[in-house]
Design a protein around this ligand. Structure first.
Ligand code: XMP
Length: 337
């Protein structure tokens, strides 16, 4: 794999030319889209392309570009691992299947993932299970489609830079197993994140999709700490939806890098309807960063914090206490696991 990587960086096509303009306006984005559509048609010809579509910004923009370029020659596979946020898979179906008429395979693999994760509390083990099962489900679906020659990927320029500098071993970069014989299609590989968002808007993707906060591959799994149970995962999903809604309503969603709920494997005593209640604790976390390598906490207004705390403890079944995380990175990481 090291050789494959070295080769990847030697290839001048993977180095952003200094003369390349930063894409900031709709006109610049349109020019990029036109150029890429032509290049993609040339590369792919009448071949078939596969794409794992998580609904994140990068894979969504690649999907929209490929749909424009080769339409039904693209098959998108969306794997719902049961650790998605509220409404997320539905949004992928609404946008790509209903609006963009994409060839979309939706796989609800919730039971497969949650059964495998049952009783597993070690964070690294959880990540391995989620990553490994994801590849299995994707491969199973891919095997049902014949004659595929290309694999679309949402690699962006920071992925290339970070892998090159040894900061992150990014799965998108030169990391294909040897037995995979598909040719990569990576139309966003020279773009920075802000440029990808402008291109996504230009392609007609909804605001909510192109301006999404980062969300880890293992999804809510790293925020439902310890051994995941279905009831606690459901409480987390509902609490997270309230945090997102309140951030959107107060306009903080445009200002804060990442904001979310965590429901650890921990209970606290409280009183509900006059009776003793032993229920979960929800932690709200909101951080700002430029590169996710270090992060500061957002100083949220008390009023908003109190509102989220009230709503979560009164609207979400099984949560009776709410805390705000005051930990910067370092010493904490952004995620809890
Ligand atoms: P940490 O928790 O390491 O997170 O401070 C830094 C940034 O990376 C995201 N993150 C992940 N993204 N797969 C991903 O695609 C992962 O396994 C993963 N773990 C963390 C995190 O949300 C933050 O933006």
């Amino acid at each position: 794999m090291a050789d494959q990587r070295t080769e990847y960086y030697r290839n001048s096509e993977n180095i952003r030319p200094e003369s390349m303009e930063r894409i900031e306006t709709r006109e610049q984005a349109q020019k990029f889209v036109d150029e890429q559509v032509e290049a993609l048609r040339k590369q792919i010809g009448d071949g078939k392309v596969l794409l794992a579509l998580s609904g994140g910004v990068d894979s969504s923009v690649v999907a929209a570009l490929l749909i424009k370029a080769v339409g039904q020659q693209l098959t998108c596979i969306h794997v719902n691992h049961g650790l998605m946020r509220k409404g997320e898979s539905q949004m992928v179906i609404d946008v790509f299947e209903k609006q963009l008429k994409a060839n979309l395979i939706y796989v609800d693999a919730t039971d497969r993932f949650l059964d495998l994760l049952a009783g597993v509390s070690d964070p690294e083990e959880k990540r391995k299970i989620i990553g490994g099962e994801f590849i299995k489900v994707f491969d199973e679906e891919a095997a049902k489609i014949s004659g595929v020659g290309f694999l679309g990927q949402g690699t962006i320029y920071p992925d290339i830079l970070e892998s090159k500098d040894g900061i992150k071993a990014h799965h998108n970069v030169g990391g294909l197993p040897d037995e995979v014989k598909l040719e990569l299609v990576e139309p966003l590989k020279l773009l920075f994140k802000d440029e990808v968002r402008v291109v996504g808007s230009c392609l007609g993707l909804p605001d909510e999709m192109v301006n999404r906060q980062p969300f880890p591959g293992p999804g809510l799994g790293v925020r439902c700490t310890g051994a995941i149970t279905r009831d606690r995962l459901e409480a987390l999903r509902e609490a997270d939806a309230i945090v997102r809604e309140e951030f959107r309503n107060s306009g903080l969603d445009r200002k804060v890098w990442q904001y979310f709920a965590v429901v650890p494997d921990m209970k606290a005593t409280g009183v509900r309807d006059g009776k003793r209640a032993f229920e979960w604790v929800c932690i709200i976390r909101a951080v700002n960063t430029k590169d996710a390598m270090s992060a500061t906490i957002e100083r949220i207004d008390w009023e908003l914090l109190e509102k989220m705390s009230y709503r979560i403890t009164h609207e979400v079944k099984g949560i009776n206490r709410c805390l705000y995380d005051l930990t910067a990175k370092p010493i904490g990481t952004i995620e809890f696991e």
